[in-house]
Write a protein that binds this ligand. Structure first.
Ligand SMILES: N[C@@H](CCC(=O)N[C@@H](CS)C(=O)NCC(=O)O)C(=O)O
Length: 216
């Protein structure tokens, strides 16, 4: 297989790349790294210096960070375009993406949850409340952004882009931590539109082969 993806069923960042690969109809082999069991610190640490998933291996070339991976795939396989063609729209798509990828999702990853427990004695309930809080913060930001620039019907026009992938990913944080998505109607409508597409639906953590119900 010429494309491999180190990922994990629950990984939001891997979800983003899985959607991009599916939209571009690129077949790939997924190599599971169980980040809940600490497997990112085993041999995989030699693959990814940050010890996080995803890592894309493209014809032997390793590419890291989900947004960089998606931009790379977009350059190598331009159809369909996930990065808008004109600079203002491209900047907007990147800005929307970073709300989740840089400003919300990083608060809920396993290393943060583990540090809350180990350094501050946070229990499961406190950690769940923390994750739900940051999930809601990202969703609320997206709701305000979509109010200012309504989806038409996707965030940057007629077809999904990087922006929609990241908004859909943010709603998954809501799904994992029982956040009421109905409180964010514009986001909910956009996410519904995305998850009606098999490329998004099949990448959802709950649809992944390794899915299991876990507490946090
Ligand atoms: N900004 C990175 C995020 C990578 C990341 O934090 N991945 C999580 C899973 S979604 C992970 O592997 N976490 C391992 C850990 O926290 O120990 C990206 O977008 O690729």
């Amino acid at each position: 297989m010429t494309i491999q993806l180190y990922g994990f069923w629950r990984s939001n960042a891997a979800f983003r790349v899985k959607v991009a690969l599916a939209l571009k109809k690129l077949p790939y082999e997924e190599i599971e790294v169980d980040i809940l069991a600490g497997r990112q610190f085993d041999d995989y640490a030699n693959v990814n210096a940050e010890r996080v998933v995803p890592t894309l291996v493209y014809h032997g070339q390793r590419v890291f960070q989900s947004l960089a991976i998606i931009e790379f795939l977009d350059e190598m396989h331009p159809a369909p375009r996930l990065m808008p063609g004109n600079p203002p729209d491209r900047a907007y798509a990147r800005a929307v993406a970073l709300v989740s990828a840089a400003d919300s999702h990083p608060f809920v990853v396993p290393r943060v949850r583990k540090h809350l427990a180990q350094a501050y004695g946070a229990g499961i309930d406190a950690i769940e409340a923390w994750c739900a809080h940051w999930g809601r913060e990202g969703l609320a930001t997206y709701e305000r952004m979509l109010e200012k620039r309504p989806a038409a019907p996707f965030a940057v026009g007629a077809a999904p882009t990087l922006a929609d992938i990241c908004i859909a990913g943010q709603t998954i944080i809501g799904d994992l931590y029982q956040v009421d998505i109905a409180a964010y109607p514009r986001v909910a409508a956009l996410a519904k539109r995305c998850f009606e597409m098999p490329e998004f639906a099949e990448a959802h953590p709950f649809r992944q082969p390794g899915f299991k119900a876990v507490q946090i």
